[in-house]
Structures are given as structure tokens and as C-alpha cells.
Design a protein around this ligand. Structure first.
Ligand code: PBG
Length: 337
């Protein structure tokens, strides 16, 4: 009964949103988006050696692993039902040079990792990045000449690196270095090398962001990086430009698109998904992960709750999945539900 002494008017009284929220069963019934283990891609860090599992201080709960341990981790991920992992190498400083030449060594660390995982683990996808930053002595994603990151020369090298990664067994090549024309060039290169079934997940909209800080510690590019990446990553102020950049990647043959970082760019996730309808992924990057972990470790937030809430937000924003360092932790929680 409407109590006439209250200020809520009659129209409001007929339209009560809270009816659908009144019990657990109604809430479950009307829930629009769900996070499942199938939405997860797990980025991992690999180091040379054997038997190594080294914690990364700036990313509590994340380790650098030697290839043998990465294989174990991939097995664990497959057992948890995680569909794919993304690998990032932290190679010896002596191997890093001006042009990132180690990216063109067939059995380099990244390719060793792929081959070893492919041999030992049946049901997991491997996504590899072709940016040059883990291989360069200056921490940039491309070749540096006279203070400039040269586009076309970098693309030529990235294509060669992509073919070697595919030769080693990579299922999806994910170029993150944001050079112009890379997607088409990689597609042609892969096809010419007989890798028609190897896909491309474009880091289509990669912003020049402060959220990558802990990652640079993880692969030891932090002290190396001279200047910034503003001449090739997208200005965080520009949404329309980001959509145009993604459009080029779609034209050039990308199979999947990525938005990076994630949470601060949910509008881009939505726009990209709406505009192209391609499978769209968000990368919840290192800084996003570490913020949540740090606040949770201080007892300031409920870490698990916020982890789940942020991941669900990506689904609501139209993403088909999320690259997240939380993947195994989340998968374990989802398995219990
Ligand atoms: C560079 C690259 C970056 C990340 C992965 N590959 C950004 C950067 O260092 O500029 C960031 C990932 C993260 O922060 O989790 N190609």
C-alpha cells in the first residue's frame, strides 16, 4: 500500500527498480553479464635458467619463471580451464642491443618457451608479443635511429620475429609496438611462410600510459627507457583517434582487437566493440593489478571483491575477454562457485 504521508509519488510507486533486486534468486535471474574462466588470458614472465620462480616486488603474487616453471604454470592454467596465456621475456642485459636483434634469434627465450609449452601442454593457446622492448638496450618497442623510432624498418623486423614465433608454435601473434602498417605486413608475412592459421590479436588501441610501471620492472626495461613512448602510443586524451587506429588494424586483417590499459579506457572498449564487432579484449595491465594488490595488502579495500568487480566491468563494457595477472586466482574462485 502506498502510504500517502511519504514523499514518493504514485508513478514512482509503480516503477520500483528494487523489485528485481529483492532476493538472491531475482538478482541471479536478471544478471546481464557474467565472468567465466573462458574470458581469461594469463600474461606470464619468463627468465633464462631452470627451476626459477622469482617474485616481482612491484607485482605481489606475480613471478618471473624459467621455461620449465612456465611449462608447469601453463599446465596449471590449462587444468583450471584458462584458454590462453601471453608470454613476455625478461632476457639477459648482454643480449639487448640498439635494434633488438635477439628478437630474430629462432630459439630465443620467448620461442623456447612457446616450443616447450606446446610440447607439454595440450589444450592452451599461446599468444606472443612482437614488440622489441624486451630486446632493445633502450627499452623502446622499435628501432631507434637518431633519436627517432623508425617505423618501416621496425615493421620489417617485427614481421620476421612474428614468423619465428609462429614457427615455434605461437597460436596468436599480438603486436604491441604500435607501428603503422604492422598488421597487414605481419598477415602477409605469416601467410607467405605458411602460417595461415596463426591469428593476429592487435594491440589496436595502446595508450601512452603510466599504468605500465610495474611491467617495466618485471622485464627490466625501467632503467633503460630513454624518454617516453608518446611518438607511437596513443595520447590518453584521444578516443576518436583510437577508434580510427583500430579501424586500420581491422582493414589490415586483425582477427581480434585489444584495448590497453583496461579500466581507465572502458569507453574505448565499448566504442571499439560497437564499431567493429570483432572479438575485443582488454588488458588489465600491471599498474591496475598492483594498485588493487597494494590497497588490499594495506587492508584498505577488499581485494578479491574489487578484482571480480573490475573484471566484470570489462564484460559490461563489451569485452569478450581480459588479459589479467589475476587469471589463475580468478579461475580458482570461479571453479568454487
Ligand atoms: C611494450 C609492452 C608494455 C606492456 C606489455 N608490453 C608497455 C610498456 O612497457 O610500454 C605493459 C603490460 C603491463 O603493464 O602489464 N611492448
Amino acid at each position: 500500500m502506498q502510504d500517502k504521508t511519504h514523499l514518493v509519488d504514485e508513478i514512482t510507486g509503480h516503477r520500483r527498480m528494487r523489485r528485481n533486486r529483492k532476493a538472491d534468486w531475482t538478482r541471479r535471474l536478471v544478471q546481464e553479464n557474467r565472468l567465466t574462466v573462458d574470458d581469461l588470458i594469463w600474461p606470464i614472465f619468463v627468465v633464462p635458467g631452470t627451476g626459477i620462480v622469482h617474485p616481482i616486488p612491484a607485482m605481489p603474487g606475480v613471478n618471473r619463471m624459467s621455461v620449465d616453471k612456465a611449462v608447469e604454470a601453463a599446465k596449471e592454467a590449462a587444468d583450471l580451464g584458462i584458454p590462453a596465456i601471453a608470454t613476455f621475456p625478461d632476457i639477459e642485459m648482454e643480449l639487448r642491443d640498439e635494434t633488438g636483434s635477439n628478437s630474430l634469434v629462432a630459439n630465443n627465450l620467448i620461442n623456447q618457451t612457446t616450443a616447450a609449452i606446446k610440447k607439454a601442454v595440450a589444450n592452451i593457446g599461446i599468444i606472443t608479443d612482437v614488440a622489441l622492448d624486451p630486446f632493445t638496450s633502450h627499452g623502446h618497442d622499435g628501432i631507434l635511429r637518431d633519436g627517432e623510432i623508425v617505423n618501416d624498418e621496425t615493421v620489417d623486423q617485427v614481421v620476421k620475429a612474428a614468423i619465428l614465433q609462429a614457427d615455434a608454435g605461437a597460436d596468436i601473434i599480438a603486436p604491441s609496438e604500435m607501428m603503422d602498417g604492422r598488421i597487414g605486413a605481419i598477415r602477409r608475412g605469416l601467410d607467405a611462410a605458411g602460417h595461415q592459421s596463426v591469428g593476429i590479436m592487435s594491440y589496436a588501441t595502446k595508450f601512452s600510459s603510466g599504468f605500465y610501471g610495474p611491467y617495466r620492472e618485471a622485464i627490466n626495461t625501467k632503467g633503460l627507457l630513454k624518454g617516453d613512448k608518446n611518438s607511437y602510443y596513443i595520447n590518453p586524451a584521444n578516443g576518436t583517434e583510437a577508434v580510427r587506429d583500430a579501424a586500420l588494424d581491422v582493414e589490415e586483417g586483425a582477427d581480434m582487437l585489444m584495448v590497453k590499459p583496461g579500466l581507465a579506457y572502458l569507453d574505448i572498449c565499448w566504442r571499439v566493440k560497437e564499431a567493429f564487432g570483432l572479438p575485443t579484449f582488454a588488458y588489465q595491465v600491471s599498474g591496475e593489478y598492483s594498485q588493487i594488490k597494494a590497497a588490499a595488502m594495506n587492508g584498505w579495500i577488499d581485494g578479491e571483491r574489487i578484482m571480480m568487480e573490475t573484471l566484470l566491468a570489462f564484460k559490461r563494457a563489451g569485452c569478450d575477454g581480459i588479459l589479467t595477472y589475476f587469471a589463475p586466482e580468478v579461475a580458482k574462485i570461479l571453479a568454487k562457485r
